[in-house]
Design a protein around this ligand. Structure first.
Ligand SMILES: Cc1cc2nc3c(=O)[nH]c(=O)nc-3n(C[C@H](O)[C@H](O)[C@H](O)COP(=O)(O)OP(=O)(O)OC[C@H]3O[C@@H](n4cnc5c(N)ncnc54)[C@H](O)[C@@H]3O)c2cc1C
Length: 415
C-alpha cells in the first residue's frame, strides 16, 4: 500500500483565513503548500486602514503572521499561482498548479529604480482604481514577499526601460508561466471574497456619480498609503466633504442583488464614520440603515459610535442617490414615520457586501444558494473564512483554525 501520510495539505488563498490555516497545520508539524493568486499575501485586510472594534491597523497582525510564515520551513508559499485542475486519488488529491510569470526575480531588492524609469501609468489596482501607479511597482508599502510586480499587459511594445534601470538584473522580460503537478492529502479553500461591484448599483449613483464610493474605497481613502495620502477628499474635486452619508445594505438583503447580509457592513460603516469624525471634526455624518446588526461584543462599539457627536444614525432605506446642485441628494424611505426624506451629502459611501470567490475553482465543492462553500466531510475539501460564510476577522481566525484541524484529520497519517 502507498504511504500517503506525508502528503502536504494544500491551502488555497493566503488571506487571513489561509494564512491561519497554513500556520496552524505547519506549526503542528504538517507540510503545507500555500497557494495565492496575488503576488503578495494578506488578502483584503491588507488594504484596510483600521480594524473594528479596536481600531488598530491590520498591518500589525499581518506582520506577525508573515514572521511566523518566514520562520516555518514546513510551508511552501507559491504566490501568483492558481489551481488549474484537481483529481481525487486514494487518500487525497492530485492537483495541477499554474504559476504566472512575475517578470521580477528574487534578485529584486525593492530599490524602486525600475519604477522611476517606467514610462507607463495605470489605475492602481490596490487602491480600487483610485490614483495611478507605474506598470512596474511595489503592490503596497508593506507587501510581502518584498518584490516588485509588473503589469506586463500595460507595457509599451518593445519597452525595456525597467530592465535597463535595474542594476541587480532582477527583471526577466522573457519569463513564462510554469505548471506543476503534486499530490496532497486534503485541500483548504480560503479564497475569500470580492466586493459587490459598485457599477451594479447605478440607482444609488454607483459607477455613475464620482462622489459615490464603496466602503472598500473608503478604506483606501483613509489609509496613509492610499491615493490621497490618507486625506478623505471628494473624488470629483479633491475638496474635503462637509456632509458624508453612509448607505447601509447597498445591494445586500435584496433579491435583485445579494439576498444575504454580509454581517460586517454595519460595523465597517461605524468604523469609517469614525475615520471621518477624526479627520474632519466639522463634517456632518449620517448612517442610513434598515437594521443595526452588530452582534455580541460589537454592540459596545455601536453604542460608542452612536454616542459620538456629529454622527446621526437614521433608520431608513435609501432608494436613490441623485446629483443635485453640485452635491448629492439621497431619497430615503423612513418606514417607521411613513414618509420620504430628501437628504443632502457631498460624499456617499455605499456599504456593499462581500461576494464569495469560489465560483471558478476547479474542485467539486458544493455551494449554497448564495455561493458560499458548504461543509462536506466526505469531499476532502474544507472551507475556511469568508468563502465559507460572511464573517469578521476574529471569527475567520477561529474558523480557519478549525478548518486546519479537519484538513489534517482528512489527510490522515501523522505530523
Ligand atoms: C468594507 C469592509 C471593512 C471591513 N473591516 C473589517 C474590520 O475592521 N474588522 C474585521 O474583523 N473585519 C472586517 N471586514 C471583514 C474582513 O474583510 C474579512 O473577514 C476578511 O477579509 C476575510 O479574510 P479571508 O482570508 O476569508 O478572505 P480574503 O481577505 O478575501 O483573502 C482571500 C485570499 O485568497 C486569494 N484568492 C482568491 N481566489 C484565489 C484562487 N483561486 N487561488 C488562490 N488564491 C486565491 C485572494 O487573493 C486573497 O489573498 C471588513 C469587510 C469589509 C467589506
Amino acid at each position: 500500500m502507498n504511504d500517503t501520510s506525508n502528503r502536504p495539505i494544500l491551502v488555497l488563498g493566503a488571506g487571513i483565513a489561509g494564512l491561519t490555516a497554513a500556520l496552524e497545520a505547519a506549526e503542528t508539524g504538517r507540510f503545507v503548500v500555500l497557494v495565492e493568486k496575488n503576488p503578495w499575501v494578506g488578502g483584503r485586510v491588507a488594504a484596510f486602514h483600521q480594524y473594528f472594534p479596536k481600531l488598530c491597523p491590520p498591518s500589525c497582525g499581518l506582520e506577525i503572521n508573515i514572521r511566523r510564515l518566514e520562520r516555518n520551513p514546513r510551508i511552501r508559499l507559491l504566490t501568483g499561482t492558481r489551481l488549474a485542475g484537481a483529481e481525487r486519488i486514494e487518500g487525497g488529491w492530485r492537483v495541477i498548479l499554474t504559476r504566472a510569470p512575475r517578470w521580477v526575480t528574487d534578485r529584486c531588492t525593492a530599490c524602486g529604480e525600475c519604477t522611476a524609469a517606467c514610462p507607463v501609468e495605470i489605475p492602481n489596482p490596490f487602491d480600487q482604481g483610485m490614483g495611478t501607479v507605474k506598470a512596474i511597482h511595489r503592490p503596497h508599502a508593506q507587501s510581502w514577499p518584498e518584490r516588485f510586480v509588473m503589469e506586463r499587459d500595460a507595457c509599451r511594445q518593445g519597452c525595456h526601460a525597467c530592465a535597463d534601470a535595474c542594476e541587480y538584473g532582477a527583471i526577466d522580460l522573457a519569463a513564462e508561466a510554469t505548471t506543476e503537478e503534486l499530490e496532497v492529502g486534503s485541500v483548504v479553500v480560503a479564497t475569500g471574497w470580492e466586493p459587490y461591484p459598485l457599477e451594479k448599483l447605478p440607482e444609488l449613483g454607483g459607477g455613475v456619480l464620482p462622489d459615490v464610493i464603496s466602503n472598500v474605497q473608503m478604506e483606501r481613502l483613509a489609509h496613509p498609503g492610499g491615493p490621497t495620502g490618507g486625506r478623505i477628499l471628494r473624488p470629483s474635486d479633491g475638496a474635503p466633504p462637509r456632509r458624508v452619508a453612509f448607505v447601509q445594505c447597498a445591494g445586500s438583503r435584496d433579491v435583485n442583488h445579494l439576498a444575504y447580509c454580509s454581517g460586517v457592513c454595519c460595523l465597517a460603516s461605524l468604523k469609517e464614520a469614525l475615520y471621518v469624525r477624526e479627520q474632519l471634526p466639522g463634517a456632518e455624518i449620517a448612517i442610513y440603515y434598515i437594521d443595526r446588526r452588530t452582534p455580541g461584543r460589537n454592540e459596545d462599539f455601536l453604542e460608542k459610535v452612536a454616542g459620538t457627536e456629529g454622527i446621526r444614525l437614521v433608520k431608513g432605506k435609501v432608494g436613490k442617490v441623485l446629483a443635485a446642485d453640485g452635491g448629492l441628494e439621497l431619497v430615503v424611505e423612513d418606514v417607521e414615520a411613513g414618509r420620504r426624506l430628501h437628504e443632502r451629502a457631498d460624499l456617499v459611501v455605499l456599504a456593499t457586501g462581500m461576494v464569495p470567490s469560489a465560483g471558478d475553482l476547479p474542485l467539486p465543492v458544493e455551494l449554497d444558494e448564495d455561493g458560499f462553500v458548504l461543509d462536506d466531510p466526505a469531499s476532502g475539501v474544507v472551507p475556511a473564512g469568508v468563502v465559507h460564510r460572511p464573517q469578521e476577522v476574529a471569527s475567520v481566525v477561529r474558523d480557519a483554525t478549525g478548518a486546519s484541524a479537519r484538513a489534517m484529520a482528512m489527510a490522515g497519517g501523522r505530523a
